[in-house]
Design a protein around this ligand. Structure first.
Ligand SMILES: [Zn+2]
Length: 419
């Protein structure tokens, strides 16, 4: 997860245990605050003496504080519990969009302190890094009055990235190659830098605070301009540490289909990506003059390519337009065929769908469900439920989730405690 120039040798086994335990205690306090030391000891399955020692260290570092319980403890005195001390600790979350940067300043509890979006249009590697640094400087200037103790920077981008070394290998939106963003920013700021694929970070956010909370086995399918997935198995994100996301969008669904930018033919993304869906809808509408889709297309008087959107297509389906409903049902079936295979491999408790198509989920989800029921092992398919992702494909919460994960693993905590 981390990208930082480091000469440390591999941490010893004892250090690793210490890091894991401190991360566990911090996570339990964050999730159950206010929590007493006794309750913490039970939940963490650590001896009371260890809890006392770890919480003392966290309190000394101002990462945790004591608080009085509302409920009364022994002899009617208020009980003492522990809670997260997020005051003054801040981190920067950056989302690299096509043509813009969203920069958000958050506290250690992930609450937003300040956020804004700036235009970001660069082409070559060098101007990418310089321009990126300029945007951060501008943000600091504008929000100087809010700045306290900055502890880390977390960045998400929908591109091929190396999260370990903080490198953006290539991007569909920027003409760049192997950008050492992590090392560059670490050198400038001295802070730990986190870089993660947008979908992976979004899946982590859903599992920590969203629709995937408390799930150990999760498939998070994103249907947007690009089609991809995040998979969590036994509480761990698949591929979180290497170059890839789950490239579900590049599984072939139509051998006679359209060429894909990946070099193959008829990938799922060429059929159920938002752009091909709209193209297909326009084409089908020509032979269905009764469809409301024609009314939408011709609404502005002249037919321009922006007149039909996913929102208006979903709305037509909600209002009972037969063609719009058929199109969305067909998308669900195609997705369902691929998801059935994924369900057989990962046996998830839940499938999250992150997509503007969620507006027509009453048509989309049953179509997916039906394919899964028909095509995957009954014991697996019966227990999986399909729900909408809680967050949308925007904003800096996914970047914040990467930080939270680094706190829970103990990695970032130890760093903060060493000052
Ligand atoms: Zn492809």
């Amino acid at each position: 997860m981390r990208s930082e120039v480091s000469v440390d040798i591999q941490p010893s086994h004892i250090d690793q245990i210490k890091q894991t335990n401190i991360g566990l205690v911090y996570r339990l306090i964050d999730q159950y605050e206010p929590i007493s030391r006794i309750a913490l000891s039970k939940r963490a399955q650590l001896a009371p003496a260890s809890i006392t020692k770890i919480t003392r260290e966290l309190i000394d570092a101002h990462l945790v504080k004591e608080t009085e319980f509302p409920e009364l403890g022994f002899r009617g005195r208020p009980a003492i519990g522990l809670k997260i001390d997020s005051e003054g600790w801040q981190f920067l979350c950056i989302r690299i969009n096509k043509g813009s940067l969203v920069i958000g300043l958050r506290d250690l509890s992930s609450n937003l302190v300040a956020e804004d979006e700036q235009l970001f249009s660069v082409s070559q590697n060098e101007s990418f890094l310089d321009s990126f640094a300029d945007k951060i400087d501008n943000f600091f200037l504008r929000h100087q009055s809010h700045l306290e103790r900055l502890t880390a920077i977390s960045i998400t981008i929908n591109a091929i990235v190396d999260p370990i070394n903080g490198v953006i290998h290539s991007s569909p939106d920027y003409n760049v190659k192997d950008i050492p963003l992590g090392a560059f920013l670490h050198q400038r700021t001295g802070l730990p830098i986190f870089l993660q694929h947008g979908i992976t970070a979004w899946t982590i956010a859903e599992s920590l605070y969203g629709a995937g909370k408390h799930c150990q086995n999760l498939i998070h399918l994103v249907i947007d301009d690009h089609v991809g997935a995040g998979i969590m198995t036994a509480g761990q994100i698949l591929h979180a540490g290497n170059h890839s996301v789950v490239e579900i969008g590049h599984i072939q669904i139509d051998p006679d289909g359209e060429p894909c930018y990946c070099g193959n033919i008829g990938c799922l993304e060429t059929v159920v990506g938002l752009k091909p869906i709209l193209e297909k809808a326009r084409e089908l509408a020509k032979s269905r003059p009764d469809s409301f889709i024609n009314t939408i297309i011709n609404e502005t008087g002249t037919d321009n390519i922006e007149s039909l959107t996913i929102d208006s297509l979903c709305l037509a389906a909600i209002n009972g337009d037969a063609l719009a409903s058929e199109i969305i049902h067909g998308i669900g079936e195609k997705i369902g065929r691929i998801m059935a295979i994924i369900v057989n491999i990962f046996n998830p408790e839940r499938i999250l769908i992150g997509s503007p198509l969620n507006k027509a989920q009453h048509i989309l989800y049953p179509a997916i469900q039906q394919q899964i029921a028909q095509r995957s092992l009954p014991g697996y398919s019966q227990q999986v439920d399909i729900v909408a992702a809680q967050f949308d494909n925007s904003g800096t919460l996914p970047a914040a989730a990467s930080i939270k994960q680094a706190l829970y693993s103990g990695e970032l905590l130890l760093e903060l405690m060493q000052g």
